[in-house]
Ligand binder design. Structure first.
Ligand SMILES: OC[C@H]1O[C@H](O[C@H]2O[C@H](CO)[C@@H](O)[C@H](O)[C@H]2O)[C@H](O)[C@@H](O)[C@@H]1O
Length: 641
């Protein structure tokens, strides 16, 4: 069974990413891209669906034991293996401690065992670094910290999301017969294992049993290569580690935020960078598919794509923290992806701008803790979500205002998006939450249509750009009036989820943040208070909207879900904006406290189970974390005040 979601840490090379659990098992890795089929899919099934675990071979007691334990069967008195060990996978034992190595995406996990302490360093060298190859590699260096520790590596590659058992064989290097490589081949893929320990196969699994002593380092590397090509170069693990560390430390040092939450902000930025597909500038919403929003339920989606919404807010956070290259790359990605008629704008694309994201289910995978179906592709790509127009225009406006060089294609795109909105803003849509029920007149969608028009007007007013100002000022007023007339419940003094509905929706918290109404407007305060009354979980986090348990709810799905972390950050923002800064800080710090021990957040938090749920790690959670930290900084005061 896979670990709890918060027991995973992310490593990646900005083209794909892996999840490594606290017990040293890599349970998720898609090769060669984020959206490629997984070679390790144990996360969504069992060990049978692929994993690579490296950890101590002996039981690790919870408390360090001072006298050495008797040697288990199979070892001689020096601690070396004297016979082939049993063919079970390495025992799954949680590391005693783990952390990222400074401001990097290099993971270090340590086990204190009765015979010594061992560290496993996991990372993926960014592709394209000087002298690094262009193919994906995962490197695992086992380092003896003290004593002598027996270790086991158990590697079970299953291509095509756990369905295909590859053909595994050994290849001798003709120039050096001592150098034996293990290769797994199936269809278009080959994965090569290089290691400084001898491997053997049992039960369709590749094992290595070895002992590591203080000061010794034993490296393993997994390299993907198209199967029709010859063997890939063997990586130099130590060189790759140095280059990878330099890359991340240099990148993180460019962050301009210096406030009290710097550790959380930098970790979030590194995570967002890790979710960026470097060759194109596209950003995935998360590197996983089908981690459930409701454990055991059907709310399981594939997030390995670039949503215009998620990516534009990511871009804004990067711009506000000094990362202009990423912002520039993303703007280029956007212009390429949406090229064509705005009538055909999609709300999400593949990481290189692909449009076909057809949804399918993988019947052979039981799903995370039995949460099926496991989906690949995403049907929401076909939806109409009017808010996306506002988010894209807002991001282009911010890019321009923060000094990103003028791009006339970007402004042309903006004009065409407004042209589309002029014709369609009155249409019902699926909204920010991508509901699978009937289309509605979502208040948030109309507000964001207003944002698109407002920012374009401002751009024309403030910079040497041209457009039909008078007509668009009228359009802006019309949308505003329509929302205030049809989307506001006077009796309850709150905006509502959609026109004519009595339901609330946490996306309404964005009304003051986007400037639709000022924070001190009574309707804004009424809405914040109504959301606090009706959408808070017992531990003070925010639900997106009410769900209805077993029944099919307004989103067209049965089941409930956790608190949506982005919405919880938005509440903290609103509280700060209306002057309730101490409450805002308290909520923000509570949100920080539910990050996992290496600073990562999934999409949601289950208040009943007190655990993270949904895809992981999620850009849509880390972006608002950064934004709220910046806002609290702007509000002044010391943390905790
Ligand atoms: O809850 C139903 C929908 O859930 C997913 O969408 C959510 O994630 C998106 C990516 O982060 C985000 O942009 C959106 O606002 C969220 O509601 C899923 O991708 C949809 O297919 C699904 O209908």
């Amino acid at each position: 069974m896979a670990a709890r979601i918060e027991d995973y840490a992310l490593i990646g090379d900005m083209q794909t990413a892996a999840l490594v659990s606290r017990d040293g098992s890599v349970d998720w890795l898609c090769l060669p891209r984020f959206d490629s089929p997984a070679v390790f899919a144990g996360l969504l099934g069992t060990d049978e669906h692929g994993f690579w675990r490296i950890g101590p071979a002996d039981p690790v007691p919870e408390q360090p034991v001072v006298p050495p334990l008797p040697l288990p069967t199979g070892f001689d008195s020096t601690g070396e293996f004297r016979a082939l060990p049993p063919t079970a996978a390495a025992p799954a034992q949680p590391a005693t401690r783990r952390r990222y190595r400074g401001d990097s995406l290099i993971l270090e996990q340590e086990w204190d065992t009765p015979r010594g302490t061992v560290r496993v360093i996991d990372f993926m060298p960014p592709r394209g670094l000087p002298e690094r190859g262009a193919v994906p590699q995962m490197i695992r260096i086992v380092e003896g910290v003290s004593g002598r520790v027996r270790m086991r590596s158990a590697l079970r590659m299953r291509f095509s999301y756990g369905r295909i058992v590859p053909w595994v064989h050994k290849v001798e290097d003709p120039a050096n017969p001592e150098n034996v490589r293990t290769v797994a081949v199936a269809g278009p893929d080959s994965v090569w294992l290089d290691g400084e320990a001898e491997t053997y196969g049992r039960n369709l699994t590749t094992y290595a049993d070895f002992t590591v002593q203080a000061g010794q380092r034993i490296a393993f590397a997994l390299t993907w290569q198209p199967s029709h090509l010859g063997p890939p170069d063997q990586p130099d693990a130590e060189e790759a580690l140095t280059a990878t560390e330099e890359f991340w430390l240099d990148w993180a040092s460019q962050c301009t935020y210096q406030g009290p939450y710097r550790e959380a902000v930098v970790r979030s930025l590194i995570t967002l960078k890790g979710l960026t597909y470097a060759p194109t500038g596209g950003i995935v919403a998360a590197p996983t598919t089908s981690l459930p929003e409701d454990i055991g339920g059907v709310r399981n989606w594939d997030y390995r794509f670039t949503w215009l919404r998620d990516a534009t807010i990511t871009l804004s956070s990067l711009l506000r923290t000094g990362y202009r290259d990423e912002a520039r790359a993303w703007r280029e990605w956007l212009l390429r992806a949406v090229a064509g008629d705005p009538e055909n704008l999609q709300i999400m694309y593949g990481i290189a701008g692909e449009r076909e994201l057809t949804e399918a289910t993988l019947d052979w995978l039981p799903g995370y803790e039995g949460s099926g179906p496991v989906r690949i592709g995403n049907g929401a790509a076909e939806q109409l979500q009017l808010d996306v127009y506002g988010e894209v225009v807002e991001a282009l406006h911010l890019a321009h205002m923060t000094g990103l060089a003028r791009n006339d294609h970007a402004f042309l795109l903006q004009l065409r998006l407004i042209g589309y909105l002029e014709q369609h803003w009155r249409d019902p849509d699926e909204g920010i939450w991508e509901v699978r029920g009937p289309r509605r007149h979502f208040v948030h969608s109309k507000v964001m249509a207003w944002v698109a028009v407002d920012r374009t007007i401002r751009m024309i007013e403030e910079t040497p750009h041209e457009g039909p100002l008078e007509r668009w000022r009228q359009l802006r007023d019309d949308i505003h009036e329509d929302v205030c007339e049809n989307g506001f419940d006077r009796e309850r003094n709150t905006f509502t989820q959609s026109y004519g509905s009595k339901e609330l929706d946490a996306s309404l918290l964005l009304i003051p943040q986007v400037g639709f109404l000022p924070p001190d407007d009574k309707r804004v305060i009424g809405t914040i208070e109504a959301i606090q009354r009706e959408l808070l979980t017992p531990d003070g986090f925010v639900l997106r909207y009410p769900t209805s348990g077993g029944e099919e709810g307004l989103d067209g799905l049965p089941g409930d879900e956790g608190a949506f972390l982005a919405c919880s950050f938005w509440l903290a923002d609103d509280l700060a904006m209306i002057g309730r800064v101490a409450e805002a800080r308290q909520l923000f710090e509570k949100l920080l406290s539910i990050r996992n021990d290496v600073g990562l957040l999934a999409e949601e938090w289950d208040p009943r189970l007190q655990r993270q749920v949904g895809n992981f790690p999620q850009a849509f959670s880390h972006v608002p974390l950064i934004d709220t930290a910046l806002r609290l900084n702007a509000c002044g005061g010391l943390p905790g005040m």
